[in-house]
Design a protein around this ligand. Structure first.
Ligand code: PEP
Ligand code: MG
Length: 328
């Protein structure tokens, strides 16, 4: 911790020319409640609620979930905590819930699973809302939304949970704050429905891991095709640029919470494209903040412009690495 304070890494992140960048944490394990980590970030940009579910032997009860959520909201009090509803299936099967499918990544995962089990969704959202009483820093994030009908259905369920919890809270003299609600942008179909999100959600969060997987039709965990999985593929870069452009037009707050945000090359390109909120794993926070402090926005814009004109992912990688090497 002393080293962190000495180098100023507990200060807010900014670029060389003093443009403020919000740095958030991707969390899910209890280790993320450490105070040293908390000091260096603007909040939690992605709390993967499935992690505690994966560590248990059966579905955690509403009370157990409430306690888990309370502890993270408490640790980050005064800073926003984005809680994503259960994102199981795909690469994250629950040990106590067998799902047999030929194509798990195209199957019953994320919001698709919870909308088919509204009771599981309602318990979780009620637990989140109960945990938020007195903290007022909880946002809700919905994973794997592929169309607006799924969003509408989710919003209706959240409203139901809100009404229930607000009523009990009022009986105890508390006013329940409405959570900000957002969706993950990670299924390519939603790229063409961004304008419809305006007025329906409060913010969006780009899941570059799944967005890359689904845009390139490549399993993110299959080593045989690992060479094809590349978030610097020009099509992924253009998709990311489309998202930031449209969200700026719509004035819809946006952040990136996929691995790309915590990768030095990725962070340079994202800030260059216009992103100002990046959410990443603990181990990347100090490195990314240090790097941003030594680069100007205009340099990053040039890197992003080059990436947008490139034909090959390797050109993007080479050009960005050359820039980094040139800057020590
Ligand atoms: C993503 O898909 O980029 C993401 C952040 O979510 P996860 O890695 O949990 O699927
Ligand atoms: Mg994802």
């Amino acid at each position: 911790l002393a080293a962190v304070v000495e180098t100023g890494l507990d200060k807010p992140a900014a670029t060389l020319d003093n443009e403020r960048i919000n740095i958030f944490l991707n969390a899910g394990l209890s280790a993320d409640t450490s105070i040293a980590v908390n000091r260096g970030v603007d909040g939690v940009g992605l709390y993967r609620t499935e992690v505690p579910f994966l560590l248990q032997r059966s579905f955690p009860s509403e009370e157990e979930q409430t306690q888990q959520y309370q502890s993270i909201l408490e640790t980050y009090c005064g800073k926003p905590v984005v809680m994503r509803t259960l994102d199981i299936g795909g690469d994250k099967p629950l040990p106590y819930l067998a799902i047999e499918e030929d194509n798990p990544f195209l199957g019953w995962r994320g919001i698709r699973f919870t909308l088919d089990h509204p009771e599981i969704f309602l318990i979780q959202v009620r637990a989140m809302l109960k945990a938020s009483i007195g903290h007022d820093n909880m946002d809700i994030l919905l994973p794997m939304i592929s169309g607006i009908a799924e969003l509408d259905e989710s919003l209706a369920l959240i409203e139901r949970a809100y009404t229930e919890v607000a009523k009990t809270a009022a009986e105890q003299g508390h006013v329940l704050r409405r959570p900000r609600i957002g969706i993950m942008i990670e299924v390519p179909s939603i790229l063409y429905q961004l304008p419809v999100l305006k007025g329906r959600v409060d913010y969006i969060s780009v899941g570059s891991n799944d967005l890359t997987q689904y845009l390139l039709a490549v399993d993110r965990n299959n080593s045989r095709v690992a060479g094809v999985y590349d978030a610097l593929h020009p099509s992924v870069i253009h998709a990311l640029k489309h998202i930031i452009d449209v969200s700026q037009q719509l004035q819809l707050p946006v952040s990136v919470c996929g691995e790309l945000a915590g990768d030095p090359i990725g962070a340079l390109l994202l800030v260059g494209m216009g992103y100002r909120s990046l959410s990443m794993n603990t181990r990347n926070v100090a490195k990314i903040k240090y790097m941003l402090r030594h680069v100007s926005v205009s340099d990053m814009q040039q890197l992003a412009d080059f990436a947008l004109s490139a034909t090959y992912a390797d050109e993007v990688r080479r050009n960005t690495i050359e820039f980094v090497d040139g800057h020590g």
